[in-house]
Structures are given as structure tokens and as C-alpha cells.
Design a protein. Structure first.
Length: 379
């Protein structure tokens, strides 16, 4: 057992909504309270409104918000969300000789400034020093974990700067800490941040890249599992192609009748829509085209987007033709569909689906995305 106790009192809460990157509201007993969330990730897969159980700590009276989010529950996993504490845990494990990978090293310094960046730890074995950057990973399926869960310019910059340190003769390393002890493989999240994944592969021979899977007890009081997991570089390289399918989450603020290309005028209800498309090459450019205001009207979706707004785009990079399979899955969980929309070249009933509420708050929708991005991969 690898002990690292959080001895402070903890409280239970239920996630209600994400107000911004660093604030969420939670139901604690019978009251709704705003809480500090020390994690800038999207966390779509973890934070399900009115369902996800949170683990909270009480803030001091001079702090603006009454509680801070320490972690959450996901199935059988207890997940540490407080990214600053991840760094502290790793540092303490190394100091206590309880981290097998770095058992010969000592922590020389924390929060080391190098150039325009700060790295988490400077380690030494008495002969050589290691600059170590630590990343918390909370995006995973049953066997595979991915980082990041949102585009990260900072993460990409860290990889480049660690590679520069390596070229200057220093040892440089990045450690991905996965909050699920059952994970077997780690990938850069190429669906979410294709550029980060390319840099990840570019620097892998210069920067020591490692990933560990950790397991916590139910109260987030101590670590009971720590193991290193594999990074299948050859498989990752085979996936890095700018092709696949995508989903657009679109919001229409009020009821509207819209003429859609060669279709008749359609009465659209206020609410959320999910559009499914594909690109055999240039997936990122296709998505960017949809976002442009000025463009030649060609596809059905072009006409709809004159009146509606894209809230999110969700690429799924794949070598397989899954567009129609995905449309069938989304049809099953949607509230309605627009007949023949975007499906003139296939047998699908539609590729545009209506949701009364934001589908990103729908657990079935999130699970579907997770399946096609992570679970369906065969290594």
C-alpha cells in the first residue's frame, strides 16, 4: 500500500453544473453551493449533472468560495481532480522512496523556472538531474487512457521545451498520472488535440515519456495502486491521419423556419442539434469550414448554420467508415431528427438530430463518443 494521506475533513456533494473553467455548483446536503474546481480540463466524461458524486474539502473563511473539489467518483474509481495535489503526491512518493520508477532519485526542487515555463520537479540521483513535468490524466475507457481532454497549447509547449533541454544535454521527462488503476495503455488524445499528438510523437526519442495508472481508496485518503502502463507508439503512429467523422453540437435560440437547399422549408424547434459528417481527408479543415461565417452554401448544414450557432465540434479520427453507425447510435438517444437532412448519399434517415437539452450533459451521448474515440480501438 502506497500511503499518502489527505487527513483533512471531506464532504460529499452531487455535481449540478459547470459555471466556468474553475467554478462548479454542487448540491451539498440540501443546499447548492459554488465550489472551486482546480482542474481546467473539460471533464465531460466525469461531470454528469445531478449524478456525479464529488469529494469536497471546506475552504477557510477568507476564501471566496466555501468548498474546493478534491475529486469525484466514476463507476468503481475514485478520481483525484485537484491537479496541484497530483504533483504533491508524486513529489512525496519520490521523497519517501515509494515510487519504483524514481526510487534512486531525490527531489531537489519544485516549480523550477526554465525560460518561459515552469516544470514541476527537479530530481537527482547524485550524478544526473531530471527535469520532470507531471500531467494529470482523467480521460479513459476500460483499458486505454488519453491526454489531454481539451486542446492544450501549454502542454505542447512543455514537450518542445523538454526536448530543447534534452538537446542541451539535460535529462527531461514527462509523467502522465492516470486516475484509473485498471488502465493498460496510454495514448496522446489525437481526436481532441491532433497537434499535441504530433508533437508527442516528434519528441518521444528526446524526452523520456512515461505513464502510470494509480488507484485511490474510496475516501481519497491514500493510494493503494501504482503501476506503469504501456505506450504503443507504432499503433499511435498508424492512427495519426487527418480523417474520420465529426459531430457538431449546434444551438438554435428560437423556433425558426429555414429553407434547406433542395429540401422543402423545415420548421426547426429551439434547442440543441447534433450534426454528423465525415471527411476522408482534411478532417480539421472540414470542421473549420463549418465554423466560417462566409462560405458558399453547398451542404444542408451550411443553410442551417446561417441561423444557428456551433457550440462544440467533436472529431473522431478513424480509418473506418463509421459515419452511418454513429448516426444510428445518436438517433437512438436523441429527442427527434430532421428527415433526410445530410443523408442524401446514404440510407440513413438523417444526420441531424434534435435534443431538448445540451447533449454534453447526457451520459448516453458522452458514452457513445467515448466508445468511438477510445473503447472501439483494438491494439
Amino acid at each position: 500500500m502506497l500511503k499518502y494521506p489527505f487527513t483533512i475533513n471531506k464532504y460529499k456533494g452531487i455535481f449540478v453544473e459547470r459555471k466556468n473553467r474553475f467554478v462548479l455548483s454542487a448540491k451539498i446536503n440540501t443546499e447548492i453551493k459554488d465550489c472551486y474546481l482546480p482542474n481546467p480540463g473539460r471533464l465531460w466524461e466525469l461531470l454528469i449533472p445531478n449524478k456525479t458524486e464529488l469529494i469536497l474539502i471546506e475552504n477557510s473563511k477568507n476564501q471566496k468560495l466555501p468548498f474546493t473539489v478534491l475529486g469525484c467518483k466514476k463507476n468503481e474509481n475514485t478520481i483525484l481532480l485537484h491537479t496541484h495535489l497530483t504533483n504533491r503526491v508524486i513529489s512525496e512518493l519520490i521523497k519517501n522512496k515509494a515510487f519504483p520508477i524514481y526510487k534512486e532519485y531525490k527531489v531537489i526542487k519544485e516549480e523550477i523556472k526554465v525560460g518561459n515555463s515552469r516544470f514541476d520537479l527537479l530530481l537527482s540521483d547524485g550524478q544526473k538531474e531530471i527535469y520532470l513535468e507531471i500531467k494529470t490524466c482523467a480521460l479513459f475507457g476500460e483499458k486505454i487512457a488519453m491526454f489531454p481532454d481539451a486542446i492544450t497549447e501549454r502542454g505542447k509547449r512543455h514537450l518542445y521545451e523538454l526536448a530543447e533541454l534534452s538537446e542541451k544535454g539535460f535529462k527531461a521527462s514527462v509523467l502522465f498520472v492516470i486516475m484509473n488503476s485498471q488502465i493498460k495503455y496510454f495514448f496522446p488524445a489525437y481526436h481532441i488535440d491532433f497537434e499535441f499528438a504530433k508533437v508527442f510523437m516528434e519528441v518521444k526519442d528526446k524526452v523520456e515519456i512515461r505513464a502510470i495508472a494509480v488507484g485511490w481508496d474510496k475516501t481519497l485518503s491514500y493510494l493503494n495502486t501504482l503501476k506503469e502502463v504501456s505506450i504503443p507508439y507504432d499503433f499511435i503512429a498508424s492512427q495519426l491521419k487527418d480523417r474520420g467523422v465529426y459531430l457538431l453540437i449546434i444551438y438554435l435560440p428560437k423556433d425558426k423556419t429555414i429553407k434547406i437547399g433542395n429540401l422543402e422549408e423545415i420548421d426547426f424547434k429551439e434547442g440543441y442539434y447534433v450534426y454528423i459528417g465525415s471527411a476522408k481527408k482534411g478532417l480539421s479543415k472540414r470542421i473549420e469550414r463549418h465554423k466560417r461565417k462566409s462560405k458558399k452554401l453547398h451542404w444542408h448544414i451550411d443553410y442551417f448554420l446561417q441561423k444557428a450557432k456551433i457550440l462544440n465540434d467533436i472529431p473522431i479520427i478513424t480509418n473506418f467508415e463509421i459515419e452511418c453507425f454513429l448516426a444510428e447510435k445518436i438517433l437512438q438517444i436523441s429527442d427527434n431528427f430532421i428527415q433526410n437532412f445530410g443523408s442524401s448519399d446514404c440510407s440513413c434517415i438523417s444526420h441531424l438530430f434534435y435534443f431538448k437539452n445540451n447533449p454534453l450533459n447526457n451520459e448516453n451521448f458522452i458514452d457513445t463518443i467515448n466508445y468511438y474515440r477510445i473503447e472501439s480501438l483494438s491494439i
